[in-house]
Design a protein around this ligand. Structure first.
Ligand SMILES: C[S@@+](CC[C@H](N)C(=O)[O-])C[C@H]1O[C@@H](n2cnc3c(N)ncnc32)[C@H](O)[C@@H]1O
Length: 262
C-alpha cells in the first residue's frame, strides 16, 4: 500500500518528508498525502506554511511545535477509532533525526497502519546551495552524517574525533551551537586546518545563507553570523576539489549501456 491510498474505514498515519523548506521541494507523493488527509500535523518551526497550504479546507491542521508525543498520540487514538488519515509532516527526510521511530511504535501499539513518504533532506539542499558534489572521485567517496552531542548523548562508539580521522566529507546536523567544540574535535581527529567548510543556514528558504570558510575559521564563522539553528555544517576536501573526472563518463570506460572507445 503506497502513496495516498487508504483502506476504507481504517485509519492510517503517513510520515511525510516536507523537504528542506521551499514548498516545491516536497515530493509529489508527499503533497498528495497532505491534500487527502483528514488531519495534518506539521512542525511550524521547521516547515514553511506553504508546504501544508494544499490541505483540504475541512482538514484539521495542528502545529506540532507545541505538542508532546502524548498529544500526537491522542490524534493517533482518534485516527484508529474514527478511521482518519493523518499526514504527520516532518522537515527534510523523516528518517533523519525525525523522531518517527517512537511514533511508529505508538501506531503499531494501536494497530494503526503507517507509511513513510521520503523527503529531500537538508543535506541535499545544503549541497545544492553550495554548488558542490559531496563525493568526488579519488577525494571523497563516503559521506558521514552526524551531530555533536547536546541534550541527546552520542552512543559510545560514535566519536566525532574518530569520524574526523576518515578525512572524508562530513555533514553535521544540530551542531551549530557548539561551533568551538566541533572545530576542536574535527582538528583533533586529523582534518588539516585549511580543510574547506560550508555553513548553510536555512537551505532553500528565502533567507538562505551560505558561508564558506576553512576549518580553523569554522567556530568564528558560526559565531559572527550568529548561527544556532537551521544550520548544516559541511566539511571536507570535496568542497574544494576540482580537476577530477569520473570513470562513468570517460570515453575509455565501457559499461552495460555504452562501449568503451577503441
Ligand atoms: C531535527 S533535524 C531534522 C533533519 C531533517 N530530517 C533533514 O532530513 O534535513 C534538524 C537539523 O537539520 C538541519 N536542517 C534542517 N533543515 C535545514 C535547512 N533548511 N537548512 C540547513 N539545515 C537544516 C539543521 O542542522 C537542523 O538543526
Amino acid at each position: 500500500m503506497t502513496g495516498a491510498v487508504r483502506t476504507p474505514g481504517r485509519g492510517k498515519v503517513w510520515f511525510v518528508g516536507a523537504g528542506p523548506g521551499a514548498p516545491d521541494l516536497i515530493t509529489v507523493r508527499g503533497a498528495a498525502v497532505i491534500a487527502a488527509a483528514d488531519v495534518v500535523v506539521w512542525a511550524a518551526s521547521l516547515v514553511m506554511a506553504d508546504t501544508v497550504a494544499g490541505a483540504r479546507a475541512d482538514a484539521e491542521v495542528l502545529d506540532s511545535s507545541r505538542l508532546t508525543l502524548e498529544d500526537v498520540c491522542a490524534v493517533y487514538d482518534r485516527a484508529a477509532a474514527e478511521g482518519l488519515a493523518v499526514a504527520r509532516v516532518h522537515s527534510g527526510d523523516p528518517t533523519l533525526w525525525g523522531a518517527v521511530g517512537e511514533q511508529i511504535e505508538q501506531c503499531d501499539a494501536r494497530g494503526l497502519d503507517w507509511e513513510i513518504v521520503p523527503g529531500v533532506s537538508s543535506l541535499a539542499a545544503a549541497a545544492a546551495a553550495v554548488g558542490r558534489e559531496l563525493t568526488v572521485p579519488e577525494v571523497a567517496q563516503s559521506v558521514i552524517l552526524t551531530r555533536f552531542a547536546t541534550a541527546t548523548p552520542m552512543p559510545g562508539n560514535e566519536d566525532l574525533r574518530a569520524f574526523a580521522a576518515h578525512g572524508t566529507t562530513m555533514a553535521l546536523f544540530l551542531s551549530a551551537k557548539r561551533g568551538r567544540a566541533v572545530q576542536r574535535e574535527l582538528l583533533a581527529g586529523g582534518y588539516p586546518l585549511d580543510t574547506p567548510c560550508a555553513v548553510v543556514y536555512r537551505a532553500s528558504w528565502p533567507d538562505e545563507a551560505v558561508y564558506r570558510c576553512t576549518l580553523d575559521e569554522l567556530a568564528a564563522t558560526l559565531r559572527d553570523a550568529k548561527l544556532h539553528k537551521h544550520t548544516l555544517i559541511l566539511v571536507g576536501p570535496a568542497l574544494d576539489a576540482g580537476g577530477r573526472r569520473s570513470h562513468l563518463y570517460a570515453p575509455d570506460f565501457g559499461h552495460e549501456f555504452r562501449r568503451a572507445a577503441p
